[in-house]
Each structure stands twice: as C-alpha cells, then as structure tokens.
Design a protein around this ligand. Structure first.
Ligand code: ATP
Length: 239
C-alpha cells in the first residue's frame, strides 16, 4: 500500500517492573482496514493495546498516529483525536443509566442533534439497550455491559477503534451480534484493531492479521491467507 499508515508501531517494548510483556512489536494499520491481533494467552496483546492508547507507558519504540508520535499521549487526548479503545471486560459507568453512558461517550461532541440521532442509531443496532435505557449500567448482564461499552465508544465517532476481546464471556448468539456490528462499523469506514480470543471469527472478519507470541509479532499477513495456513490452523484455529 502506498499511503502512509494511520497507525504505525515500531520496535515497541513494554515492561511491568522486571517482566518484559512486549519485547518487539512492529505493526502498521492503514485507514479503513480491520486488523486483528491474535495469539496465545499472555502473549502481550492487551499490553500492546494499552501502550497504543496511553494507558501504560512504552519502555522503548515509537507509536505514530496519522503521522505524529503519540507515545506518552494520555487517553483523553487520543479520544479527542479519534483514537478510542473499548477495554476488555465491562468498563461502563455502573452508577449511570444506559442513556447517560451513551451521552458520556459523546462528551467531546457539541452537535446535540447528531448525538441524539446517534443514540437512536445505537438503539437500532442494540435493541436490548433501548429496552433498558433508564436502567443503571451496573445492574446489566455482562453481555449487555459489553454492548454498552461498544456503543459508548461508537458515540465518540472514532476514526480508529481498538477493541480488546469484545466477545469475552458472551454466548454464541451474542458473539455473532457483536461481530455483525464490528463488520458494519468497519464497512462504514472506521479503522479497527481487534484483539479476539476466537481467532477464526476474527480472521474471517479482518483484512489482515498479526500473530503475537511471547511479546513478539511472529507472523502477519492477509487474513484470508492466514486462515488457509496450516501452521495458523493447528496453532490458533483448533484445526
Ligand atoms: P490474554 O489473551 O490472556 O488476555 P494477552 O496476550 O492480552 O493475554 P497481556 O495481558 O498483555 O497478554 O499480558 C502479557 C504478559 O504481561 C503476561 O505474562 C501477563 O502476566 C503480564 N502482565 C499483564 N499485566 C500485568 C501487570 N499489571 N503487572 C504485571 N504483569 C502483567
């Protein structure tokens, strides 16, 4: 691809005290792509995402977003620049209602009518949230909170949406709902980085994939090629 990547990571290293969780990560994501990062438990996927979004500091390496270094940039600043993460687990405002959570997601926006329209759009995508609009988020099921976390992130109109295990703990039916939303958001032009336990589903939805093992990127390529790769199949797709 000739154009400059939207996100470019070079030689990223991250450590927790003496534990080097990310040893060497190089990754490029181009505008409009859906890129998945897969790999075994503890490989360093979540840590990589947290370093991109300013939640933990990088020890070495560089992270460029739209041509500019964002290493050390706090998450709120990145959100204002359109780089948004849906963290693993729930992460919603438990003592606020669903509608209030959605409004919070749009706090950087000033287009009141647009915000209202987007709340309706989220309710159309996730009817369950509409039924429970005035319920406190903390009293919803895990799957419902997962949907809300994704809807809240979408309310900020992200340019680059980073998702960590969005289907964690969800039923097959709910997993399908979430994947359909991911594909829809992607087809509407949002660039996406997806970390997902279900590597097969992730590679089927993605344009390209990266495989992480023990803190390093050990493979990358077109998602379709990776699905056909016997090594990937036996190690990550349970085939
Ligand atoms: P999973 O698929 O299991 O979520 P992952 O690929 O996302 O795994 P990380 O969560 O990034 O992996 O963890 C990478 C390594 O860093 C693991 O060995 C983990 O134990 C370690 N680690 C993660 N968070 C911390 C922390 N806060 N303090 C110390 N070590 C940590």
């Amino acid at each position: 691809m000739a154009q400059q990547p939207m996100l470019s990571i070079k030689g990223l290293q991250v450590a927790y005290g003496g534990i080097q969780a990310v040893k060497n990560v190089d990754m490029d994501v181009y505008e409009g792509e859906l890129v998945t990062l897969i790999g075994s438990n503890g490989a360093g996927k979540t840590t990589t995402l947290k370093a991109i979004t300013g939640m933990i500091p990088a020890k070495a390496g560089e992270i460029y977003y739209r041509g500019k270094s964002i290493k050390g940039t706090p998450s709120w600043d990145l959100l204002a620049q359109g780089l948004v993460m849906v963290p693993e687990g729930r992460g919603v405002f438990a003592r606020m209602t669903i509608v209030e959570n959605l409004q919070m997601g749009a706090y950087i926006r000033e287009d009141k009518a647009g915000i209202e329209a987007d709340i309706e759009k989220m309710f159309a995508i996730f009817p369950r949230l509409k039924e429970r609009a005035s319920q406190l988020a903390g009293t919803m099921s895990g799957g419902e909170q997962q949907m809300l976390a994704m809807a809240r992130a979408l309310m900020s109109q992200p340019k680059l949406l980073i998702m960590d295990e969005p289907t964690m703990g969800l039923s097959p039916v709910m997993t399908e709902v979430i994947f359909n939303v991911i594909k829809q958001v992607s087809s509407e032009g949002t660039t996406i980085i997806l970390v997902e336990q279900n590597a097969k589903l992730a590679l089927k939805a993605a344009d390209r994939g990266y495989v992480m093992g023990s803190g390093n990127i050990i493979m990358n390529g077109k998602a379709a090629d990776m699905l056909d790769d016997p090594q990937v199949q036996s190690a990550y797709l349970g085939e």
